[in-house]
Design a protein around this ligand. Structure first.
Ligand SMILES: [Zn+2]
Length: 115
């Protein structure tokens, strides 16, 4: 298999696994909140559960976003545009792609954008 595809596949598997764990966590938190009186906002336990729940759903949303980034990267591999900076058209460095397989911008353009 193409090493780029293999890398994206690994990334995808890991993200799916993370998402599955987060879903388990979320269900555990929901189950725990049904045991305690979490509807009572004056209950400190309820506030903790609400906080945990929002933490987990934020992480799950991040993981889902990452999944769609991976899918978009696979589409770029299919289209032959993977590893090419979307802003300047220069190749994205191999080290950067290794660290961030879903990168759409070269390091220079990415830095310019966050500035
Ligand atoms: Zn660039």
């Amino acid at each position: 298999m193409d090493p780029v595809r293999a890398r994206l596949q690994t990334e995808r598997d890991e993200t799916l696994r993370r998402l599955a764990n987060l879903t388990d966590d979320f269900q555990a938190i929901v189950a725990a909140s049904q045991d305690t009186n979490a509807d009572d906002e004056h209950d400190p336990e309820g506030a903790t559960i609400a906080f945990e729940r929002s933490q987990v759903s934020t992480l799950a949303r991040d993981a889902q976003r990452h999944l769609s980034e991976i899918d978009a990267a696979v589409e770029r591999v299919d289209a032959g545009t993977y590893g090419v900076c979307e802003t300047c058209g220069q190749p994205i460095g191999e080290g950067r792609l290794e660290a961030r397989p879903t990168a759409r911008l070269c390091i220079r353009c990415a830095e310019r954008r966050t500035r």
